[in-house]
Design a protein around this ligand. Sequence first.
Ligand code: CAA
Length: 240
Amino acid sequence: MARVAIVTGGTRGIGEAISLALQAEGVTVAANYAGNDERANAFSDRTGIAVFKWDVSSHEACIAGVAEVERVLGPIDIVVNNAGITRDGTLLKMSYDDWKAVIDTNLGGCFNMAKATFAGMKERKFGRFVNIGSINGQAGQYGQVNYAAAKSGIHGFTKALAQEGARFGITVNAIAPGYIDTDMVAAVPSEVLQKIVAKIPVGRLGQAHEIARGVTFLCSEEGAFVTGSTLSINGGQHMY
Ligand code: CAA
């Protein structure tokens, strides 16, 4: 039977590419989204991928959302924690709300989704988590103490949960994208973005499908021996 995946923030940007790539591998995909119903429904009509609305920063909403996906599509085998937001600003200008929203969504969402799905995977002896981190969680970024902390937290979360999942056939990995051609990156002021792109050895922004390719590998049956790792896909911008 086909594996079932949830991709959070799965209807646009990197998440859309991941949903489509998993679908192309024969996986039954549930694309979670938090915002625009019209756009999510258009995505569903276009792709045939089922969409489910909830806010990943809410623990209760994740528990209820996963239960609904399981009722419609069956037990969850794969979780791609992709949902993420930015509220950029230097520390002096950043409000507590900007801090909390980013931590609760980007990092809290990973915890909430794992709590909702890990026990079932353990019981069935198969699971795949792919958590979307960031180059800015590895290297830091001016104006992003919230985002860098959340993404860096994702990398630690990944390594800890990988140790807990290993004996149950559950792998937990992270991907650390660099600057990818999405709405999120397009929101960076153009003069700032130009300077960032100038520092990418490959000389361009990444494409969402280049991240999705990494996700399908990590979610595959052949990926069983890869766990606790971080795959950097960043055009050479940060190497370590
Ligand atoms: N290092 C050192 N100094 C810097 C700097 C840097 N990287 N960037 C800016 N500064 C300096 C500026 O030169 C300026 O100094 P002066 O006043 O002496 O000229 C000072 O800091 C203030 O800079 P700004 O005018 O840019 O300040 P601002 O408050 O208007 O904007 C900001 C700050 C919102 C953080 C803006 O710089 C910005 O948007 N930066 C981009 C942040 C970024 O890369 N976000 C990534 C979003 S996409 C993403 O996160 C996806 C992913 O995973 C990769």
